[in-house]
Design a protein around this ligand. Structure first.
Ligand code: HEC
Ligand code: HEC
Length: 354
C-alpha cells in the first residue's frame, strides 16, 4: 500500500460528507412545472406585435374613463407588481370598490378572470372595468368607443392590428388581451430550479417548498402558476375561503363577508367560493386576499394555513414558506410607456375628476 490510497479514500469520504452536510435538502424534486415562456392565446386572437402595441396604448390611456384620469394601469401598474398595493382600488371620482385589484402579471395563465371567476377570458374581462361605475365609470361601451374614435390617431393602429380601421369594442378588447398575454414573468428562481438548476433556490427556499407541499398548500396552489390544475378556458378553479371559520382570523379580517361566487350564480353552494389565485410574484402584491385585509406575506401564510388547512405553523415553517414564495418572483419584461395619439381640440366631456 502506498500512503496515497488512504488519504484519497478519506478525501473522498470527506467530500461526500461535506456535500451531504452543505446541501441537506436539495433532494426535493420540483413538484410543479416551470412557467411557460409564452402565454397561450385563443385561435381567434393570436398575439401579434401590432395588437400588443395597440393594446398597450389602450391599457395606458386614461381618456376612456369618465373623468379622464383612470386607466387600467392606475389599478394594475405594470411598472410594479401589476396591482395597486391598496386594500381596495380607487376608481373615478375617488370611489372604492369592495375588492382588491389582482395582479395582471400572468393573468394569461388563469382559466377564468376575477376573484369569483365570472369572466371566461381576458377578452371578456377587458371591457368590464370601463363601464364599471366605480372603476372607469363610462355609461356604456359605445360611449367609450366614441372616445376612442374621437382620437383620430388611433385609426392607423386599429388598421395595423386588425386589417381594417373599424374601431370596434371587440377589436379593443382583443388588443388589450393580446397585450396582457405579454405580461408574463418566466424564469423565476423556482423556474430555474424546476429546469434542473438546483443552485437556483437557497436551502431555506428548498425547505419552504417542502413545507409548502407537506402542509398541503399544493392541494389548491398547484401547477405552473400555483393557481391549480389546468382547466378548460372559462372554468375557474374555485375553492371555499375560509374553509375553517372557527378561528380569530375570520372575524379579524372579515374573511367571510364577501359571498364570492354566490353573487354570480345565486347558488348557496357557491357561498364564499373564490378563484385560487396565482402565487407568482406574490411577494410584490401586498396587501393580500380578495378584500386586501392582510398586510404582510407572513401573516397571509399563517391565515391560509389556519383557515384553509386548520393548521398552526411554527414561526420557522412560516419563514421557510415565505422564503420559498419569494422564489416565485420572475423576470419582468421591460415596459415602456407608449406615446398616445393626441386629442385634437377639446372634444371630450370629462366628468369632474376628484
Ligand atoms: C379602479 C381600479 C381598476 C381599474 C381602472 C381596472 N381594474 Fe382590473 N380589476 C380591479 C379589481 C378591483 C379587480 C377584481 C374585481 C373582482 O374580482 O371582482 C380587477 C380584476 C381584473 C382582472 C382579473 C385578474 C384575475 O386574476 O382575476 C384583469 C385581467 C383586469 N382587472 C384587467 C384590467 C384592465 C384590462 C383594465 C382596463 C381596461 C382594468 N383592469 C381596469 C381594479 C381595476
Ligand atoms: C383549499 C384550498 C387552498 C389551500 C389548501 C391553500 N390555499 Fe391559499 N388561497 C386559496 C384561495 C381560494 C385563495 C383566495 C382567497 C381570497 O378570496 O382572498 C387563496 C389565497 C392565498 C394567498 C393570497 C393571494 C393574494 O393574491 O392575495 C396566499 C399568499 C396563499 N393563498 C398562500 C397559501 C399557502 C402558503 C397555503 C398553505 C399554507 C395555502 N395558500 C393553502 C386556496 C387555498
Amino acid at each position: 500500500m502506498t500512503r496515497k490510497t488512504p488519504s484519497l479514500r478519506s478525501f473522498l469520504i470527506g467530500l461526500i460528507v461535506a456535500l451531504c452536510l452543505s446541501t441537506p435538502v436539495v433532494a426535493v424534486a420540483a413538484p410543479f412545472p416551470a412557467l411557460p415562456e409564452v402565454a397561450p392565446a385563443p385561435t381567434d386572437n393570436p398575439t401579434t406585435p401590432a395588437k400588443v402595441e395597440l393594446g398597450r396604448m389602450l391599457y395606458m390611456d386614461p381618456r376612456f374613463s369618465a373623468s379622464g384620469t383612470v386607466s387600467c394601469n392606475s389599478c394594475h401598474n405594470v411598472m410594479l407588481g401589476g396591482d395597486d398595493n391598496r386594500p381596495v382600488s380607487v376608481g373615478v371620482h375617488g370611489q372604492t370598490g369592495g375588492r382588491s385589484a389582482p395582479t395582471v402579471w400572468n393573468a394569461a395563465f388563469s382559466s377564468a378572470q376575477f376573484w369569483d371567476g365570472r369572466a371566461a377570458t381576458l377578452e371578456e374581462q377587458a371591457l368590464g372595468p370601463i363601464v364599471n361605475p366605480v372603476e372607469m365609470g363610462m355609461s356604456d361601451i359605445e360611449q367609450a368607443m366614441q372616445r376612442v374614435r374621437g382620437v383620430p390617431g388611433y385609426a392607423a393602429y386599429f388598421e395595423k392590428a386588425f386589417g381594417d380601421d373599424s374601431m370596434t369594442a371587440e377589436h379593443a378588447a382583443k388588443a388589450i388581451a393580446a397585450y396582457e398575454r405579454t405580461l408574463i414573468t418566466p424564469n423565476s428562481p423556482y423556474d430555474r430550479y424546476a429546469r434542473g438548476d438546483t443552485s437556483a433556490l437557497s436551502a431555506q427556499q428548498v425547505q419552504g417548498l417542502k413545507t409548502f407541499t407537506e402542509v398541503g398548500c399544493n392541494a389548491c396552489h398547484s401547477g405552473a402558476a400555483f393557481n391549480g390544475p389546468a382547466l378548460p378556458v372559462g372554468t375557474p378553479f374555485l375553492n371555499t375561503f375560509p374553509v375553517y371559520k372557527d378561528n380569530a382570523y375570520v372575524a379579524k379580517y372579515a374573511l367571510d363577508a364577501d359571498t364570492g361566487r354566490e353573487e354570480v350564480t345565486n347558488k348557496e353552494a357557491d357561498r364564499n367560493r373564490f378563484k385560487v389565485p396565482t402565487l407568482r410574484n406574490i411577494a410584490l402584491t401586498a396587501p393580500y386576499f380578495h378584500n386586501g385585509a392582510v398586510a404582510t406575506l407572513e401573516e397571509a401564510v399563517q391565515v391560509m394555513a389556519k383557515v384553509q388547512l386548520n393548521r398552526e405553523l411554527t414561526p420557522q415553517q412560516v419563514a421557510d414558506i415565505v422564503a420559498f414564495l419569494h422564489a416565485l418572483t420572475g423576470e419582468f419584461p421591460a415596459q415602456t410607456m407608449p406615446r398616445l395619439p393626441a386629442t385634437t381640440g377639446w372634444t371630450f366631456e370629462f366628468s369632474s375628476a376628484k
